[in-house]
Ligand binder design. Structure first.
Ligand code: FRU
Length: 573
């Protein structure tokens, strides 16, 4: 049942016009299953059929059962590839982070979730809470599908002055906005399957009530019409909603979160249009080196990314409460790796911090990776900043300071000259994962040009010859991650490859910052302007770290390696 439901929608929705069901499942034409598939027209007979089919499937394969008991939880958080310092669902599928909001000392993370299997489907909002962005407590599913459809991506706000009237006892309610995706309409070939819905909570996000006036925005006949991002525009005292509509971003306005009026659109002639626009975000940031205030618009696009498949582009410009105008037409990318999609930022964070979280995956192969009980992880939370570089505004992404809470032992070395390779893992008094690595390389040209290596960098490997390396190509001036041989069995022909980010650092020394977990590498460099995220699935864990220089030498000015402590060693609620 779930194979059928999920693969149909997923493939239709993401453009591949095949039914995986009929391809991989031998009983695709059974009238029984076709009958079951009309899920939204709910009646008792179908309900019992659904329950029976569900029990049959989950009974046959224990994999589809949500894992609940503490004993299982401990095991599942230690299984092969399970990230130790990144958020993952306890079990089942995760894609986009949703509804991220800070309230009363707690960071809420909701996410696109299938609680019943590790494939896309049955889209709900999973939920987790953290007080420090590092240690997460899994919560019950916050929003499940209903007669209006699946619960797709969206955002959440604190309605401080109770403009919605949904707060009780003088409280400020939490209000969540999401897209309803109606399966029946999609199957019948209709274009208006996506509408915008709302839910609210008066108990610090523990339980959610769907608004009985849903949908709050009807579909105007646009096939891709989704992922509402709502924020309070203080100057005009109004709520603004961004919606991804085909290949533009629409702006809507509301006095009360409930009644919405269309304002404007952005993007027809700007940015990358190789794919569908999804999951937008808009926020102000102060430019670090000029003191100007600018607005940053993030627009995720799939496909069209610089490394292939899904990626997040951004624009820097102005927003007057009605319209966004960009200073540039060409897209810039939040991340040049292949695994940072659907990223957006928390609302209501203290001290005006802009904290970003992405989904560490790519629609080109999501769901095919060899993880056991779960699929999809969040990136490490990153604090966004803006700098002006000549005439261009650049977004910077820095791992949040809260990383301090999980730092363990440290190993320090300096002033090494690297020719060919130099192993540094032998001297480490701790495992190579999870690990934070900070390096400073001398990137200046010495007088003796020929002694400068063509490339230099760092490589993680295992004894099977599998590896992932991060390097800088001095001749062609780009950073790269090479994961041509970073998995055991091949699970997608789109996975292996080398991903590049053009950059010519101006300073003679260049800072590198890497965060390594069981199956991910996040790379930041050159004042956090260089950002690359890639995942990997070696047949055995990487246990060796080497520094390398090819055709010449490079000087390592400083190296600091810090053990990171698993965030899953604490009891869950
Ligand atoms: C992005 C996305 C969103 C949509 C959600 C569905 O990855 O396609 O546009 O709301 O995933 O799960």
């Amino acid at each position: 049942l779930f194979i059928f439901r999920t693969s149909y929608v997923y493939h239709f929705f993401h453009g591949a016009k095949i039914s995986v069901f009929s391809k991989h499942f031998p009983f695709g034409n059974l009238p029984f299953l076709k009958y079951l598939s009309s899920y939204q027209t709910f009646n008792m007979e179908k309900f019992f059929c659904l329950i029976a089919a569900f029990l049959l499937f989950t009974g046959c394969s224990g994999k589809n059962k949500p894992i609940k008991s503490p004993a299982n939880e401990k095991v599942t958080m230690q299984e092969q590839y399970r990230p130790q310092i990144h958020f993952t669902p306890l079990s089942g599928w995760m894609n986009d982070p949703n509804g991220m909001v800070y309230h009363d000392g707690e960071y809420h993370l909701f996410y696109q979730h299938n609680p019943f299997g590790k494939q896309w489907g049955n889209m709900s909002w999973g939920h987790a809470i953290s007080t420090d962005l590092m240690h997460w407590k899994h919560q019950p599913v916050a929003l499940s599908p209903d007669s209006l459809g699946y619960i797709f991506s969206g955002s959440a706000v604190v309605d401080r002055n109770n403009t919605s009237g949904l707060g009780v006892d003088g409280q400020s309610p939490l209000v969540a906005f999401f897209t309803y995706h109606n399966m029946d309409i999609e199957k019948n070939g209709g274009a208006n399957m996506q509408t915008q819905g709302l839910a609210f909570s008066n108990d610090k996000g523990r339980t959610w009530i769907k608004y009985d006036g849903n949908p709050v925005i009807e579909n105007p006949g646009i096939r891709d019409f989704r992922d509402p991002k709502v924020f309070r525009h203080e100057k005009s005292g109004q709520w603004i909603m961004l919606l991804a509509a085909g290949q533009v971003i629409q702006f809507w306005v509301s006095p009360n979160c409930l009644d919405w009026t269309y304002l404007s659109e952005f993007g027809k002639d700007a940015g990358n249009h190789d794919g569908v626009w999804e999951c937008p975000d808009l926020f102000p940031l102060r430019v670090r080196n000029t003191g100007e205030n600018k607005w940053v618009l993030i627009v995720n696009v799939n496909p069209g990314g610089p490394a292939g498949g899904s990626a997040a582009q951004y624009f820097v410009g102005g927003f007057d409460g009605k319209k966004f105008t960009s200073d540039q037409k060409m897209p810039q990318w939040v991340d040049y790796g292949k695994d940072n999609y659907a990223g957006v930022t928390w609302s209501n964070t203290p001290d005006n911090r802009r904290i970003f979280l992405g989904w560490m995956n790519n629609w080109q192969y999501a769901g095919k990776e060899p993880t056991l009980t779960w699929s999809g992880a969040a990136t490490f939370p990153r604090e966004l900043g803006l700098v002006k570089d000549s005439s261009t505004y650049l977004l910077t992404s820095t791992p949040v300071n809260e990383i301090n809470a999980i730092r363990g032992k440290t190993f320090h070395t300096k002033q090494l000259t690297i020719e060919e390779t130099l192993s540094i893992s032998d001297s480490l008094p701790f495992r190579v994962s999870p690990l934070e690595i900070k390096l400073i390389f001398d990137n200046s040209n010495t007088n003796r040009e020929e002694s400068n290596s063509e490339k230099y960098g760092i490589c993680l490997k295992n004894r099977k010859g599998e590896y992932i390396s991060v390097g800088y190509n001095r001749m062609e001036k780009f950073f790269y991650i090479d994961r041509t041989n970073a998995t055991g069995a091949t699970f997608s022909d789109k996975f292996a490859g080398i991903h590049n980010m053009p950059c010519e650092p101006k300073e003679p020394t260049v800072d590198w910052h890497l965060i390594i977990d069981e199956c991910s590498l996040e790379f930041f460099a050159a004042g956090y302007r260089v950002v690359m995220t890639d995942v990997f699935y070696p047949s055995e864990p990487f246990d060796t770290i080497e520094l390398f220089a090819r055709n010449g030498a490079v000087k390592l000015v400083d190296a600091c390696l810090t053990e990171l402590i698993s965030v899953w060693n604490q009891p869950q609620e």
